[in-house]
Ligand binder design. Structure first.
Ligand SMILES: Cc1cc2nc3c(=O)[nH]c(=O)nc-3n(C[C@H](O)[C@H](O)[C@H](O)COP(=O)(O)OP(=O)(O)OC[C@H]3O[C@@H](n4cnc5c(N)ncnc54)[C@H](O)[C@@H]3O)c2cc1C
Length: 549
């Protein structure tokens, strides 16, 4: 099969919806978070006929709201779960070096110590083990012990009256929403059909066997999609969907809310990210394109999974924990952005014969023709996808090749390192600054050329969307023509991260974005108006924790 166009856009969506109506699939995947997108890529790259159906935008659930770390999970060491840490570290290594090197970047963390010997020995031993577990292939440097003087140099914002030294180690970070979208685009390239803004409303059965799903596109009539296996990757929606589908779950998914705040770069003086032990867990202070993301919280959540928002109490908790070690202290008025997400926490149903409890995630097969997967973490999406497709393949009653995703770089990765050596050449050729090229390379990898070509056709879109942020207007057009964006919120919250990087959540530029999107999405004046109303309501809810009155 020749490689297909990877573009996700209005026309592709229409064609894929038509194909969903007409054809029968090997797998229909419910949910376009990182797990569902990973399953679509795993299945399509094994040669299976795959459809991916997502109720909203790609990554609109938890997969755009994480701490954005690709990590082994230091806390699992404390639980002696070495296998899990080792597996996640192997995934981290692959993502940084070959699978998505333009999106997944190394990041250093400093663990400040408040006591001279016992703590250094304990944390030092843990970090040595963390570094050892990744084996001999090492893209990231080894951890380092720092004395008090060196800590003061690396992180002047750490309180010198209580910090006695520190240990610096490396992990990796990613723009989660862009990464998930790029997995979906890569799946598209290998033949997956992708329908966003299309909800799965019920299962179709023949006797006990599930033979497909009924879907309802946002704008059209509901219809049936035939598939040999239905794979649910519904994250925190899983338990609700089991109930709706009338299936007995082999596990429960509970929700735990985690909030983050974003503060300007100059609010904290440090050359490194910071990790601080809190009474219950840890707090990360993570460098993010000249700003800091600080989080997270961990509170039980029982409300609507569609609308998790940070509360004032979440913001206060994060500030209090960060201020235990920071000077000057962070103030509420420093906070420019805020977001919250829901962790899908799994527990096995006690009497379930259908559940395979594996690592942190669970694969369940509650009925013939139906498989579900939940739990895990962002970092291990690829192994989760592989496990789910392995179980689904058993239902196909034919020989299915093993997963090849460990050797399958995401779209934009091929040629990325070569292009980083051609920054000045590209800048001259397209008449933009080298900084602009670097910004674009770290977002689009080798796909940068298609985007730069758009600036030739539409030179008026070369300027910035927001004067204080690096995003260009042409990126909004590219997002709608190639990345499946369909609303103003998709652009502001997920294709770019203006939603939490800008003090007004993008309110001052939302109208300009609506103008850029209007033509390719065929919006009339009424639709533009309703987009703006939807955006305003979204901002009001997301930022409610920051409203002072
Ligand atoms: C605060 C926080 C911080 C985190 N930090 C990290 C981290 O730093 N590193 C890490 O590795 N992991 C982290 N995680 C965990 C990680 O983000 C999640 O494990 C992962 O994103 C879950 O992805 P998912 O695809 O399973 O779920 P989701 O991304 O939620 O995807 C499920 C999708 O299903 C769709 N859906 C639901 N119902 C339907 C329907 N009826 N029809 C069609 N589609 C439907 C939803 O719209 C949604 O997009 C964090 C999680 C949280 C909450």
């Amino acid at each position: 099969m020749a490689l297909l166009d990877s573009a996700l856009n209005d026309q592709q969506r229409e064609e894929d919806l038509a194909s969903l109506k007409r054809e029968e699939f090997d797998l229909v995947v419910i949910g376009g978070g990182v797990t569902g997108a990973g399953i679509a890529l795993d299945g399509a790259s094994r040669g299976l006929k795959v459809a991916l159906v997502e109720a909203g935008d790609l990554a609109s659930g938890t997969s755009s709201r994480s701490s954005k770390l690709i990590h082994g999970g230091l806390r699992y060491l404390e639980q002696y779960d070495f296998k899990l840490v080792k597996e996640a570290l192997r995934e981290r290594e692959m993502m940084v070096t070959s699978l998505a090197p333009y999106l997944v970047k190394p990041v250093s963390f400093l663990f400040p110590l408040t006591e001279k010997f016992r703590e250094r020995t304990y944390v030092g031993a843990g970090l040595a083990l963390y570094d050892l577990l990744r084996g001999f292939k090492r893209a990231l440097p080894w951890h380092k012990h720092l004395d008090q003087k060196r800590v003061a140099k690396v992180a002047p914002s750490l309180r010198s009256d209580i910090i006695t030294g520190g240990i610096q180690y490396f992990d990796a970070q990613v723009d989660d929403a862009r990464h998930t979208m790029m997995i979906a685009r890569t799946a598209k390239r290998y033949g997956a059909r992708i329908a966003t803004y299309t909800e799965v409303t019920e299962l179709i059965r023949e006797g006990r066997r599930v033979v497909g799903v009924k879907v309802k596109p946002q704008e059209g009539r509901a219809f049936a999609v035939k598939a040999k296996v239905t794979v649910l990757a519904g994250g925190v929606w899983t338990s609700l969907l089991y109930k709706k589908f009338g299936l007995k779950p082999g596990y429960e998914v509970r929700m735990s809310k985690g909030a983050h705040i974003v503060v300007p770069g100059d609010a904290i003086s440090s050359e490194s990210g910071l990790i601080i032990k809190t009474p219950l867990s840890v707090l990360f202070i993570i460098p993010w394109f000249g700003k800091w993301i600080v989080g997270t919280t961990d509170t039980e959540y029982k409300d609507d999974p569609n609308t998790p928002v940070a509360s004032k109490a979440d913001v206060d908790y994060i500030l209090t924990q960060a201020n235990r070690v920071l000077t000057p202290r962070l103030k509420r008025s420093d906070v420019i952005g805020v977001y919250a997400g829901l962790r899908p926490l799994i527990s096995s149903a006690p009497d379930s014969p259908t559940t395979k409890l594996s690592r942190e995630h669970i694969v369940d097969r509650p009925a013939p023709g139906f498989v579900s997967i939940a739990g895990g973490k962002y970092t291990t999406y690829r192994v989760m996808a592989e496990d789910a497709v392995d179980v689904a393949s058993a239902e196909l009653r034919r020989l299915v090749p093993d997963s090849s995703t460990a050797q399958l770089p995401l779209l934009g990765s091929d040629g990325y390192f070569a292009l980083t050596n051609k920054v000045s050449h590209l800048a001259k050729e397209y008449g933009v600054s080298e900084d602009v090229i670097r910004h674009l390379l770290d977002r689009y990898g080798s796909e940068i050329v298609t985007l730069l070509e758009l600036t030739r056709k539409r030179p008026e879109l070369r300027g910035r969307l927001d004067p204080n942020l690096e995003y260009l207007k042409v990126e909004a057009l590219y997002a709608v023509e190639y990345e499946g964006a369909r609303t103003v919120v998709d652009i502001i919250d997920r294709r770019t991260r203006i939603g939490f990087e800008s003090e007004d959540h993008g309110a001052s530029i939302a109208k300009d974005i609506a103008e850029i999107l209007a033509k390719p999405l065929r919006w009339n004046a009424a639709e533009k108006k309703s987009q703006m109303e939807a955006f305003k309501a979204h901002v009001k809810a997301e930022r409610s924790a920051l409203i002072t009155s």
